[in-house]
Design a protein around this ligand. Sequence first.
Ligand code: DC
Length: 225
Amino acid sequence: MGFKSIAIDGPAGAGKSTLARQVAAALGYLYVDTGAIYRTLGLAALRRGVDPQDGAAVVALLEDCAIDLRHGGDGMQRMYLNGEDVSQAIRLPEVSRYASGVSAIPEVRAHLMDMQRDLARRNDVVMDGRDIGTVVLPAADVKVFLTASPEERARRRWEELQQRGTPEAYEEVLKDLVERDAKDSGRAAAPLRRAEDAVEVDTTGCSLEESLERLLSVIRAGVLA
Ligand code: DC
């Protein structure tokens, strides 16, 4: 009967994408990173010099650009902006700020919703984001709210940026993260919040392996229930 869906929401740097990808691989589900969709629009705004807070300008931009999400044979999600593969470019720190800005605009969220729901309609999915359990897939089979302390999340993001060859000072990363949390949770349109029926998993002090094990046991119990 139908396809299964797992919603994983939480603040920036909680480990959602790394863990969600591994969970998807373990279950044989498709991994969908919804933040990458907002990041692609954020990148378009950055490149075109559009103010991410200017709703009318961002909506005009959205209507004028082609955002595509495709999964390769390896199961990896790739993002395309007007046909160009921007999967790497959207990871730059300045794109995070633009993505957070454009994602607060209700018309943007409504416009990008179909793409997300359509994937869940056609596949078993593990989908991560901010509003998956609350808005995009309210009937998801399992909902997880993944968190960790701001300091730990900043440290993980800092390490990731270093490994990617785009290092930033730890204080800068922490400041950005706290600001982005406040923006993502404080906005009127689909704010980041835990769905009432979501299981909260706090990974502060947990290794990646421990976090994955906890997540998988919560999810397996929920899928089989
Ligand atoms: O998960 P991420 O850091 O790649 O997300 C980038 C931004 O996109 C984040 O600041 C908030 C926004 N976002 C959102 O509003 N809703 C989602 N489902 C996913 C991301």
